[in-house]
Write a protein that binds this ligand. Sequence first.
Ligand code: DX5
Ligand code: ZN
Length: 224
Amino acid sequence: MTEYLIAPSILSADFAKLGAEVDSVIDAGADWVHFDVMDNHYVPNLTIGPLVCQALRDHGVTAPIDVHLMVEPVDRLIPDFADAGATAITFHPEASRHIDRSLQLVREHGCKAGLVFNPATPLSVLEWAIDKVDIVLLMSVNPGFGGQSFIPHVKQKIAAARALIDASGRDIRLEVDGGVKVDNIGELAALGADTFVAGSAIFGEQDYRAVIGAMRANIAAAVG
Ligand code: DX5
Ligand code: ZN
């Protein structure tokens, strides 16, 4: 039985009260904390680093922290995020000279390792990397900002990634990030996604529990 996970992206949270926001969204039924790291180099935006991840752990956050690195290069930051309490670290293959080495580095530091595919990036790198991957993260917007619209062709990519994962026989999460809402999450689950990042859809509402509940209900309705 597939376990479906909801990972609110704190990019759309109120950063002036981040600890309370994370507590609220976990209390409202979220599974993972999605932590978007941007460097104004790989992507045209600048966000948060290991100190903020450590601050959430020190605040008492025990939920998995899913660190999405949109930085280049990636290796320098991997040990820092592992030490700061990251559970998973995902990075974009374009941002690492040596993808296999970066995946190994994540795992050597005790974290789940993932590759992130931009909307136009082919899945081909998985052919020789899937044995070191715990998460495949498909971007359904171009990385850099919250609140963008879902790019429709990524639906076919979800199905393609699901087929690759199933053929590998490995225990790999298929995560989708960007433009995920209450009204499309069911379709994405039916296509084979099992982990859903949602920023504006959750933090843009007053009642986090109601949104997350509606998301779970639509997933259940779509996958039977
Ligand atoms: C975009 C980030 C996303 C973003 C998603 O580069 O990786 O995690 O916060 O935001 P929404 O859910 O609003 O599209
Ligand atoms: Zn993200």
